[in-house]
Design a protein around this ligand. Sequence first.
Ligand SMILES: [Zn+2]
Length: 107
Amino acid sequence: MTPNLCIVCNGKGTVSKAFYNNVELLNMQTSFVLCRACSGSGILWAKTKAEEMEDNDYMTGYIDRRKKFERERRTDLEKKEQLNSILNKIKETAEENQKLNINKTKG
Ligand SMILES: [Zn+2]
């Protein structure tokens, strides 16, 4: 993290009360309140390029992991469908064989 001058209060740590209030108050005699952006420190901490790159890498990694997960999930679903279709065929064949056997016994 690198320190930067607060762009909201310009490093003063306070802003005019009207800043956070209704626009109508702008005409009033203003008093000052603590700057919410820097909590009165006058400093805003910003991420360094390296930290930003680290964040980007993390996000890219996250997206890759997510894609992999989705791909695996899809494959699992496909496998499940294939298995179901095979099981159905086995069941159908078994039923047909049973019918044939019944017919044989009848005949
Ligand atoms: Zn500030």
